[in-house]
Design a protein around this ligand. Sequence first.
Ligand SMILES: CC(=O)N[C@H]1[C@@H](OP(=O)(O)OP(=O)(O)OC[C@H]2O[C@@H](n3ccc(=O)[nH]c3=O)[C@H](O)[C@@H]2O)O[C@H](CO)[C@@H](O)[C@@H]1O[C@H](C)C(=O)N[C@@H](C)C(=O)N[C@H](CCC(=O)O)C(=O)O
Ligand SMILES: Nc1ncnc2c1ncn2[C@@H]1O[C@H](COP(=O)(O)OP(=O)(O)OP(=O)(O)O)[C@@H](O)[C@H]1O
Ligand SMILES: N[C@H](CCC[C@H](N)C(=O)O)C(=O)O
Ligand SMILES: [Mg+2]
Length: 479
Amino acid sequence: MNSTFNELVSAVAAGLMVRSDSRRVRSGEVFVAVPGVGVDGAAFISDALERGAAWVVGLPGTRLPEGANARLVEHENPRVALGELAAAYFKTAEHGQKLVGVTGTNGKTTITYLMEHVLTAAGRKVGVIGTVNYRWPGFVLDASMTTPDCWQLHEIMANMAAAGVDTVVMEVSSHALDQDRVAGLAFDVAVLTNVTQDHLDYHKTMDAYFNAKARLFCDLPRRNKAGIVNVDDAYGRILLERCPQCTGYGLYYPATGGNGGLWGDIVSSSSRGLHLAMKYGDQRWELRSSLIGKHNASNLLAAQGAALALGVKPKELKSLEDFHGVPGRLERIPNAGGLDVFVDYAHTPDALENVLSCVGELDFRRLFVVFGCGGNRDRTKRPLMGEAVARYADVAILTSDNPRNEEPLAIMADVRPGLARCAHVIEDSDRRTAIAAALAEMRKGDVLVIAGKGHETYQEIRGERHPFSDAEVVREILG
Ligand SMILES: CC(=O)N[C@H]1[C@@H](OP(=O)(O)OP(=O)(O)OC[C@H]2O[C@@H](n3ccc(=O)[nH]c3=O)[C@H](O)[C@@H]2O)O[C@H](CO)[C@@H](O)[C@@H]1O[C@H](C)C(=O)N[C@@H](C)C(=O)N[C@H](CCC(=O)O)C(=O)O
Ligand SMILES: Nc1ncnc2c1ncn2[C@@H]1O[C@H](COP(=O)(O)OP(=O)(O)OP(=O)(O)O)[C@@H](O)[C@H]1O
Ligand SMILES: N[C@H](CCC[C@H](N)C(=O)O)C(=O)O
Ligand SMILES: [Mg+2]
């Protein structure tokens, strides 16, 4: 029997459970057949029916097997249907939470931490969903993905609402946008950091990658919500042309004239941090931060722009001066050896360029960089990551990141051409002994950046996650 989507929404709002994995369906429930990236959920409709599904949502043209005792709802996008059903089940729109989405190749996690800090200081109760974890006051859940799947997302927001969270700040990955994981959510503020090479294994072209990110902004103008877009980035400028209602942010306002948008001037930048001067309309204010590097100046601007859009006053932004860093992002690892060691999450060419150019400006003798590239992800970024390292490193130690299901030595071979211009390269596919080799080679006055895995507490090899932390390994070796 065919039924309408509205009938189903009402039933779900009244407590009917929805599943997108046939293996989890129980008697009387709804099965949404999602056309997946790997497989087509429609192939599991029979399985769902055998387990007692009473409703099936599928693409137009979906047929139920002869004699099936279930109601069929056709929907042109079952992923969007799933999001709307999740919103109905968890009553997402009724929570009245403000929702901020941060997208872009690099800087998302950093900006969500900065926003959590400044909004909390301004008296909000904040929940954060992103790469490191999903958290709100009194709760921390392990994150398996940067942007969880749609049902889990609505469920987390409902749990946050029950705990009194009034503002949710989340990272929205390009995969999530492409797969409608944020369907059924209404963003109040969306932020674009930058679009540089990553994830071409999935999106194939930079334009497709950008267009996935741009989807976060499409619906904002219609609902009169705010977009905060980095105009120092070429794709950011394209987005601002497409959505001129968005607010641009950028560094170097004296050079641009500083009209419109939020502009930040780097008054000074050193190993002790940043001193920024902001201009927003006719308002001006300054900020000092212990975060270092131009990329963090940009992240600070983005966080301030989004906070302003949520009604935070410029003078309340001062609380950012007490923010002292994100786990695994240029995190200094104090050690008994007294060596300058940083762990960072740079795993794209642009992130390496940014973090190494910023460390490169510090006062040191030689720069050591331990890095590798993730397996089963964009192969074409590998030599470019090598080139970024070669531009700055005196000694490059090429090793494994998360090889996943690829051969570690094959991944390293993809990176190697990029390192051609680096005078001193050490190769060791074992990340622990690679770090040990770097530490053994270092002398006082040298600095080491261990890039790529940041906060991660595992290494994924042949599909299995083994406990591994760059920071712990340094402490184990140096005491
Ligand atoms: C390639 C990719 O992104 N896949 C994601 C996608 O999978 P999918 O829905 O297409 O799943 P599928 O395996 O093709 O199956 C299709 C449907 O059949 C169903 N099924 C399957 C088997 C069965 O017996 N019965 C059944 O009903 C499945 O439940 C699913 O609904 O949707 C799933 C639900 O949201 C995600 O969990 C899954 O993420 C995979 C695990 C993943 O590793 N994704 C990574 C690449 C990712 O998304 N990373 C980003 C971070 C990127 C960044 O740093 O910027 C992230 O947000 O974490
Ligand atoms: N604004 C920025 N521009 C370029 N590189 C940046 C910027 N901010 C941070 N980075 C670099 O990128 C790394 C990752 O930063 P962060 O975790 O904030 O980004 P992300 O977008 O959340 O990444 P992911 O997609 O992996 O979750 C940092 O460790 C740093 O090396
Ligand atoms: N969210 C990122 C994390 C990459 C982290 C890096 N350590 C790697 O494994 O490549 C991704 O899925 O591309
Ligand atoms: Mg992140």
